[in-house]
Write a protein of this length. Structure first.
Length: 102
């Protein structure tokens, strides 16, 4: 029992702490959601789109980058679903009312 060396059983490799990002708090996520929303309000959506693209592909903060990529994906899905709904409802209205809409 005395000759057992417990230190050799673990494969310890120190992590490179230069590229590590601290874990974001709830305040950080609220800030990340609030800034594009306010910016989009004042710039008709273009500012928030540009900001999210910069955050998504800057590579400095991986957590914020993943958050921005998720937001962009939600924006794209919402736009496509809204476009489909617009076309379907428009077609249905034209089929129901015909030329009386003009």
């Amino acid at each position: 029992m005395e000759n057992m060396d417990y230190n050799n059983s673990y494969n310890y490799s120190p992590q490179n702490t230069e590229n590590m990002v601290p874990e974001p708090s709830v305040k950080d996520f609220i800030f990340w959601m609030l800034i594009p929303t306010i910016l989009g309000f004042f710039t008709c959506g273009i500012g928030s789109l540009i900001l999210l693209i910069v955050w998504a592909f800057s590579g400095k903060n991986h957590v914020r980058g993943n958050f921005a990529k998720a937001q962009l994906l939600v924006m794209i899905i919402s736009f496509v679903l809204g476009l489909i709904l617009y076309v379907v409802c428009g077609t249905a209205l034209l089929a129901i009312f015909g030329d009386s809409l003009y």
